[in-house]
Design a protein around this ligand. Structure first.
Ligand SMILES: [Zn+2]
Ligand SMILES: [Zn+2]
Length: 481
């Protein structure tokens, strides 16, 4: 009697493995099949890029596709955002997948048939518009994912929310937008998303490869302005006034010593950059005041708070020492993009199925920033990079993002589609919750963003207490920070 039972068990086990393999094969074959369409969509979007909160044609293009697939579609979310909801035939968790939609005020210099010739007005200037950050590829990959998953609805456990988000690069001055507004308008709540994933293409990572990092991955970005007030006088008689230009130059030196002498750089990097200086009207007039503006990048919330304090003290004390004053204002643009370690650990096999284990690269943190970081206030999150650099190129020779020569080799966008699809099928909510309980103690020690920071970025107190995903762990982290 024993032998038949043992054989049956072996058979069942085999069938299980076989089914898992078949599912991955199904996904990957469908993604391979749809690749030519994904490339076509990406090139269409590349040719007609639109700036943040103005993605009208892009939104209509996405909407038409999602409706054709039979998804529930919501439009005008956070101005021009589109959300598609696909309910699988089987019960299961709710997974969010996000693609950003906006282009940049950059004039394209790349010689491809689908290069952008678009022009628009931006901050009162005529500018070219270009998908110089690759968001066209994100939209195309997510459209492809929606098509593949809609075709596998009978095998799909749970619900997938496709989030097409406007204005990742920041909304126009005076407007709200981006991930903050998507979260505020409830994109994570109805249905309540259990985990969210996002992809960014990378022009300096070879095609076929995926780069990821657990924990803090991308920096918090703050913008700051320092207004130095002195006393106007004749350029030939500086002693009769207080020179704000000389004071500003001392402040700039002082700010760099916050990075080089005062921050513990073995813990996490810090960047302070002054990108703009304005003041003065004429060679022989020492002006009354001048302003400078810049950005701060940090990867640790304690260091972020510390740097803010030091910038204020440095500017104010230097100004005071010469009889001037300095007003400092700091605005948080994005939080630290933090990848929930237990989620990363659970999902790495899914990424390996998409790209091959040998093409998964653990990377360092980056001082670039992403507003994807705001979704993490509501659910465990995982954001990673997919390669877009032609094979054999030296990354140093590959034009960076946001430049007129930015270029993406779109021949392997299937990797992103495969990654999204495999993540959806492999996500296990119960296992994640269990794993998070065991790592809770460790995570408390990992510095994460200050959860109350959105208030600095014009987010109404949307009941952040309620908004945070229902985990004791995350709650504790937030309260501690
Ligand atoms: Zn960008
Ligand atoms: Zn981007």
């Amino acid at each position: 009697m024993k032998k038949p039972i043992a054989s049956l068990l072996v058979c069942l086990l085999f069938a299980n493995v076989l089914f898992a393999n078949t599912l991955t094969d199904d996904i990957n074959q469908s993604a391979d099949k749809i690749l030519p369409k994904v490339v076509e969509w990406r090139r269409h979007l590349h040719k007609s890029p639109e700036l943040g909160n103005r993605e009208f044609k892009t939104a209509a293009y996405i909407e038409a596709h999602l409706r054709k697939l039979g998804l529930e579609v919501r439009t005008k979310v956070a101005k021009t955002g589109v959300v598609g909801i696909l309910k699988g035939d089987l019960p299961g968790p709710v997974v969010g997948l996000r693609a950003d939609m906006d282009g940049l005020p950059v004039t394209e210099r790349v010689n491809v048939p689908f290069a952008s010739k678009e022009k628009t007005e931006y901050n009162g200037q005529q500018v070219g518009v270009m998908h110089a950050c690759g968001h066209d590829s994100h939209v195309a990959m997510l459209m492809g994912t929606a098509e593949v998953l809609a075709g596998m609805k009978n095998k799909l456990k749970g619900t997938v929310v496709f989030i097409f988000q406007p204005a990742e690069e920041g909304p126009p001055a005076g407007e709200e937008g981006g991930a903050v507004l998507m979260v505020k308008e409830g994109v994570m709540d109805n249905p309540k998303i259990d985990a969210i994933f996002g992809i960014h293409i990378n022009s300096q990572t070879e095609i076929g490869k995926i780069k990821y990092k657990s924990g803090s991955f991308m920096a918090a970005a703050d913008w700051f302005t320092i207004r130095v007030k002195g006393k106007q006088t004749h350029g030939s008689q500086p002693w009769s006034g207080v020179d704000p230009i000389m004071t500003a130059s001392q402040i700039i030196q002082g700010l760099q010593t916050i990075v080089s002498r005062q921050s513990n750089l073995t813990k996490a990097p810090v960047v302070i950059t002054i990108g703009k200086i304005n003041g003065g009207v004429r060679e022989n007039i020492i002006p009354e005041e001048m302003t400078m503006a810049g950005t701060i990048r940090t990867l640790d919330d304690e260091m972020q708070k510390d740097v803010h304090e030091r910038i204020k003290i440095t500017a104010q004390k230097i100004a005071e020492s010469v009889g001037a004053t300095a007003e400092v204002s700091i605005e948080t643009k994005t939080l630290v993009t933090y990848n929930t370690p237990a989620l990363v650990e659970q999902m790495l096999p899914a990424l390996a199925k998409a790209a091959g284990k040998e093409n998964l690269i653990e990377t360092e943190w980056t001082t670039g920033a992403e507003d994807f970081s705001y979704y993490r206030l509501k659910a465990p999150a995982f954001f990673f990079n997919v390669g877009g650099m032609p094979k054999g190129t030296n990354p140093k020779d590959a034009p960076p993002h946001h430049t007129p020569d930015f270029y993406i080799d779109d021949s392997r966008l299937d990797v992103g589609v495969k990654a999204f699809c495999n993540l959806v099928f492999d996500f296990d909510k119960a296992q994640l919750e269990k794993a998070m309980k065991t790592v809770a103690a460790t995570e408390r020690q990992i510095p994460v963003q200050n959860c109350l920071q959105p208030s600095l970025f014009n987010v109404q107190p949307i009941g952040l207490e309620n908004a945070l995903w229902q985990s004791d762990n995350f709650d504790a982290v937030c309260r501690n920070s």
